[in-house]
Design a protein around this ligand. Structure first.
Ligand SMILES: [Zn+2]
Length: 250
């Protein structure tokens, strides 16, 4: 395979000899092929259309220091029994819709963090697994691929955009008061509602949880970036986190 970028043609060695064909693609993909080192490629025929999937090497962006704190994302992992039941019954088509939704949510969250000079904090699924080990009935759904996928998407998009990303301990994010620190089951008098029994702070439970996650994000980021800091195990930077090595163009 060899590219003639000026002519937008690619020359391919095939069993019947060399074939030179012109190529096109999304503007961002064409730009990538023009500018970046090209690696391996797969030639695919899909419903009679030939696609060349080309891997390009992206430069690793520098992660910027978040100047306005963190965006906390409450995934609502401990959702209602009804929500869990629905998730378990998703069909293949619904799985694809969920994937599409996760793509859009992660894109939105990363853009919002980028725009506002913030990092992104998500709940660490590993923590959730450890915490619910006793509840066998819930386990399968809490492990659900949808939450893991949301983390994966957000992580690589954040890395690509140079946005700080941390995973935080999800314990009691919905029972803790972000103002006074009081943690109590009684802070949740009704579904969806948060009222602090100590200081009276009230609000929507999901919003409160997101605030707690954002605060833990700040602490976690600080712990990661102070080499000798101890006692702040509440966040775990994803050390494997790196931008994808490649992107595809057709
Ligand atoms: Zn309070």
């Amino acid at each position: 395979m060899s590219f003639n970028r000026d002519a937008r043609t690619v020359s391919l060695w095939t069993p019947t000899g060399r074939v030179t064909v012109s190529y096109t693609g999304r503007p961002e993909d064409l730009k990538a092929v023009d500018a970046l080192p090209v690696g391996e490629a797969d030639l695919i025929c899909r419903r009679g259309v030939w696609l060349l999937q080309v891997a390009v090497t992206l430069p690793k962006p520098v992660v910027r220091e978040p100047v306005h704190g963190f965006v906390g994302v409450d995934q609502g992992v401990a959702g209602t029994a009804a929500a869990r039941w629905v998730l378990r019954r998703l069909s293949g088509r619904e799985h694809r819709m969920m994937t599409d939704l996760n793509q859009r949510i992660s894109t939105f969250v990363v853009r919002e963090a980028e725009r506002t000079g913030r990092g992104i904090a998500l709940e660490d699924l590993q923590g959730i697994r450890a915490r619910v080990r006793a509840h066998r009935l819930q386990r399968r759904t809490l492990h659900s691929w949808a939450f893991a996928q949301q983390i994966t998407f957000t992580r690589y998009k954040a890395a690509r955009a140079g946005v700080a990303f941390v995973l935080v301990d999800p314990a009691y994010t919905s029972q803790a008061c972000p103002e006074c620190g009081c943690v109590a089951r009684a802070n949740r008098p009704a579904r969806g509602r948060f009222v602090c029994t100590r200081c009276g702070l009230a609000g929507h439970a999901d919003h409160i949880a997101a605030r707690n996650i954002a605060t833990r994000g700040i602490a976690g980021w600080a712990a990661i970036n102070q080499p000798h800091a101890t006692g702040l195990p509440s966040a775990r930077r994803d050390r494997e986190s790196k931008p994808p090595d490649s992107t595809s163009g057709s």
